[in-house]
Design a protein around this ligand. Structure first.
Ligand SMILES: [Fe+2]
Length: 291
């Protein structure tokens, strides 16, 4: 893990902005393709109501399989509290919030917005169009839990990460560092490097030149980052993270392109008409959003 300390010390700090207005978020960060840490989530009921005890009591029976082992959320919460760097709690341990805890969605309001209508829940966007991504996700981890595989998020989505409990570190790499990250040929949104914190520099010599942007997202804060940013994460204490993907007029074209790539693989005959329909839907949504 020799890169971890190096990344923490030699990285570009992500801006932390209090009281950033939606307009400033749009113009200074989203449109410029830059990440930022914001405090919009401070009023969320989740920050006052959600605890490890709540999840253990109400949802302890839910299970996930990590590394071939199926464990309950109650077991994971026990592991989180005894987790160490030498023996970390399994990770990623995550749930689709809409499927597993739909009644909790109301605790995540008001939504973070920045002057563009979110299309993930738009009535005109068919739900199956979003297959392949989880819009609302909860992650549970403990000290030493980490997700070291550099990747960027699916379907051209922008990402909002809010720490409901504890802190989490993000190591982010802008799209212009892609050649240093060795994308896989079969799945170019994943890096071949493997563990971003313990790379094999003989196999991946250019990786020594990467320069991450660093964000320690504290409890109650939200990290926003644009589509296409590579990232890996590290946790140093009990943590509950809410991840939210965002689709709007700003990233619809990229979304349609990535859908087209998927359709070409799964159903080549329908890929082009589906892509054309998706682009037309984007134009129609843009028109209705003007009204
Ligand atoms: Fe991710």
């Amino acid at each position: 893990m020799e890169k971890l300390a190096q990344f923490r010390n030699g990285s570009v700090p992500v801006d932390r902005r209090e009281g950033l207005s939606p307009r400033e978020l749009l113009h200074e960060y989203d449109l410029r393709g830059r990440p930022v840490i914001v405090d919009h989530a401070r009023p969320w009921p989740a920050l006052h109501r959600w605890s490890f005890e709540l999840f253990r009591t109400r949802y302890g029976h839910l299970t996930r399989t990590v590394g071939g082992r199926t464990i309950t959320l109650a077991e994971q919460i026990d592991r989180i509290h005894t987790s160490t760097e030498e023996d970390p709690a399994p990770y990623p341990f995550n749930f689709d919030l809409r499927e597993s805890f739909p009644e909790l969605l109301q605790d995540l309001r008001p939504r973070l917005s920045y002057g563009r209508r979110d299309r993930t829940e738009h009535a005109l966007v068919p739900r199956p169009l979003l297959n392949g991504t989880t819009v609302h996700e909860l992650f549970f981890g403990g000290r030493g839990s980490f997700y070291p595989v550099l990747h960027y998020d699916l379907l051209g989505m922008a990402t909002q990460i809010t720490q409901i409990r504890g802190d989490k570190e993000f190591f982010l790499f802008p799209p212009d560092q892609t050649p240093l990250i060795y994308p896989r040929t079969d799945n170019p949104r994943l890096s071949q490097v493997g563990n971003a914190f313990a790379p094999d520099l003989e196999r991946f010599p250019l990786y020594r030149y990467v320069k991450p942007h660093y964000a320690r997202v504290r409890e109650g804060e939200t990290l926003f980052f644009p589509p296409g940013w590579w990232h890996a994460t590290w946790i140093d204490g009990p943590s509950i993270t809410y991840g939210r993907t965002v689709l709007n007029a700003g990233n619809w074209r990229r979304f349609a392109r990535e859908k087209y790539t998927n359709w070409r693989r799964s159903n080549p005959m329908l890929a082009l008409p589906a892509f054309a329909a998706c682009r037309a839907l984007g134009l129609m949504l843009s028109f209705t959003e003007l009204l």
